[in-house]
Ligand binder design. Structure first.
Ligand code: UDP
Ligand code: MG
Length: 335
């Protein structure tokens, strides 16, 4: 089995983690036997686990270093600061060297035991992408299930049926697919949309979403909304047209109001007019604010794209540093 990344590494497993100290021991205990088994099955072919520490403030980094002592295939990539799940995934994809790259969450909500099945399917069917599709989400909260339902429905309307419903970030990618993703200039990547959009031959493996093994979700409502907005604005300019349609609609409403007012005037009614005027102003004000907000989302994207700032900074990679320097670097980044 090769511990040196790049030398015959068949499989890279990328795991973004943010403050996952409580989930780590269980993750290692379940993941390692599976991966050792795959290595043995493929005649001692190598694998690497790319643990991307997304600027954790707990003991995740220290624990990873401890695990690395007894597990040479574990590679630790540490981002300088918390950059978000998708950015951590990007860092992992850019650093991974395997012929196939699997991304999986650190909290064991995606079962590592499915990885061999994914690899087998990709190899036998000559597929570039194998999605992990959740068949049962009863372990998630009702709120999470409902918001996810709306999200996938909307995304399938935007990206088309190529996007499998209920496929999150547990998936396998071939080297070709990873290289294609790496070439994309996108800044705020949302991989569950980008990957189907690439159009590579793909397959699916279904699994039951388990409960988080320990710790709490790192996706509060604000981050879910951010992911939703990035997903929509990254893939469609249709919301911009909402402004036009709202404009047309309010124009016709105004025409109706004019007719009504003229009618009332002709009939000799004295229209007090305050409420209709006030409602009209409120309505138009709201429409304008919505449209401004929409424009802002896209201008924001253009702004980030023009800045061309990287979405993450790697502070430390255990595979880069020679052994003697590694300990010092780790101490330095541990704070
Ligand atoms: N994560 C990350 N950076 C973040 C937030 C989350 O790397 O800023 C990781 C997290 O450690 C986990 C994965 O992304 O491995 C999915 O997050 P989580 O399980 O909290 O999301 P949920 O399953 O609740 O949607
Ligand atoms: Mg989770």
């Amino acid at each position: 089995m090769s511990a040196v990344p790049g030398a015959g590494t068949v499989l890279s497993v990328v795991i973004p983690m943010f403050n996952e100290e409580s989930a780590l021991p269980a993750l290692v205990a379940r993941l390692r036997p599976v991966l050792d088994g795959i290595g043995a099955g493929y005649g001692g072919a190598g694998y690497e686990v790319v643990a991307v520490d997304d600027g954790s403030s707990d003991r995740t980094a220290a624990l990873l270093e401890d695990f690395r002592i007894g597990w040479p295939e574990l590679r630790v990539v540490r981002l300088r600061r918390n950059s978000g799940h998708q950015a951590a995934l990007t860092a992992g994809l850019h650093r991974a060297v395997g012929d196939y790259v699997v991304s999986i969450d650190a909290d064991l909500q995606d079962p590592p035991e499915k990885i061999p099945e994914m690899l087998e399917l990709a190899r036998s069917g000559d597929l570039d992408i194998v999605y992990g599709v959740r068949t049962d989400r009863s372990a998630d909260t009702g709120f999470k299930r409902r918001t996810a339902g709306v999200y996938y429905w909307l995304m399938r309307r935007l990206v088309g049926d190529r996007m499998p419903s209920q496929a999150g970030d547990f998936r396998l990618l071939s080297r070709q697919a990873v290289d294609a993703l790496k070439e994309l200039p996108d800044q705020q990547q949302v991989y569950r949309l980008l990957v189907p959009w690439l159009g590579f031959p793909s397959g699916q493996v279904s699994y039951e979403r388990e409960e988080r093994v320990a710790g709490e979700t790192k996706y509060p409502l604000s981050r879910m909304i951010r992911l939703g907005v990035d997903s929509v604005t990254g893939f469609s300019a249709a919301p911009l047209r909402v402004a036009t349609w709202l404009g047309v609609l309010s124009f016709f409403v105004c025409l109706l109001l004019i007719v009504f007012t003229l009618g009332a005037f002709a009939a000799g009614h004295v229209v007090p007019g305050w409420s209709s005027l006030f409602i009209g102003i409120l309505f138009l004000g709201a429409v304008q604010l919505i449209c401004l907000g929409l424009l802002g989302e896209y201008v924001g994207r253009i702004y980030t794209a023009v800045q061309r700032r990287p979405t993450f900074f790697v502070g430390y990679d255990s595979a880069d540093a020679p052994r003697s320097v590694r300990a010092a670097t780790v101490d330095e980044t541990r704070d």
